[in-house]
Ligand binder design. Structure first.
Ligand code: ZN
Length: 287
């Protein structure tokens, strides 16, 4: 299992914000403890403007350098454009590793799935998973599936990938809930699996199982995963019902089709995040 990370992604923060550096630093510390899952650590490379501009407008790239907050949840930080670039580069590296037959996880921040073509929002600045999926399509992939199990709808990914040929987007999330989208399927290729807030774990699992079955029917040659861990029952922002073993099962299930697959970290704000990520990685490795 390859882990793509860089401790420098812990270099920005604002007091009290749930998307904090500890999410990554505590996970790195947890994964570096002696254990039975062998890990190879690597730092992200580079992402070009050409690659980013498949998913975002030039105006958006320029906006990331202007020192004004994007919304109440999404502050401007000094050098946030560099942090966002590194996180996008890690997603691209994860895709490349997957194409080489490796199991791989991008352990970076900021997350990306709420960022639209034109707008940073919901703690997200560049849409890492969309940038990687569009790069895969631009370099010859014919059937790319993006699977998003973050408890919030991946509105940015959906908006960017809507009706793009060769890619399908599957998102399971609470609805109605932030960001307010994802109540139904849209376009030719965006499939939403809303779960009513307060639903029991069995309902959440059954909905996930339906989404996974539909993903399999799509017969992807590449699976790109927006791995958010905020559907965890004890997540402070979530409101989902999943337990650690559910993330293990998700890892196993997403790996099961046997096609190249990579995951990038989205949300997940509980102190148990390191354990949840490890459970998921063990699932991926076991197949
Ligand atoms: Zn989330």
């Amino acid at each position: 299992m390859k882990i793509i990370t860089d401790e420098r992604c812990a270099g920005y923060s604002s007091y009290g914000h749930p998307e904090n550096p500890r999410r990554v630093t505590a996970t790195i510390a947890h994964l570096k403890q002696p254990m039975d899952l062998p890990l190879a650590w690597t730092a992200p490379g580079e992402v070009s403007d050409r690659q980013i501009l498949r998913a975002h407008s030039p105006e958006h790239l320029a906006r990331l350098k202007i020192p004004e907050d994007f919304d109440a949840d999404t502050p401007f930080y000094e050098n946030i454009t560099n942090y966002a670039h590194a996180s996008a580069a890690a997603a691209l590296d994860a895709w490349k590793a997957a194409c080489n037959g490796e199991n791989v996880f991008s352990l970076m921040r900021p997350p990306g799935h709420h960022a639209t073509r034109e707008q940073a929002m919901g703690f997200c600045y560049l849409n890492n998973i969309a940038i990687a999926a569009l790069e895969a399509l631009a370099t010859g992939a014919k059937r790319v599936a993006v699977f998003d199990f973050d408890v919030h709808h991946g509105n940015g990914t959906e908006a960017i990938l809507l009706n793009q040929p060769g890619v399908a987007f599957f998102s399971i999330h609470l609805y109605p809930f932030y960001p307010g989208t994802g109540g139904a399927n849209i376009g030719k290729n965006c499939f939403n699996y809303p779960v009513t807030p307060g639903s029991p774990r069995e309902t959440y699992r059954a909905t996930l199982a339906q989404a996974l079955a539909d993903l399999k029917k799509f017969k992807p040659e590449l699976v790109a995963v927006s791995a958010g861990f905020d559907a965890y029952v004890r997540d402070p922002l979530g409101g989902g019902a999943l337990e650690p073993e559910d993330f293990h099962w998700l890892g196993q299930s997403l790996r099961a089709p046997g096609v190249p697959m990579f995951s990038v970290l989205e949300g997940g704000y509980s102190r148990d995040l390191p354990e949840l990520i490890l459970a998921y990685l063990k699932g991926v490795e076991e197949k």
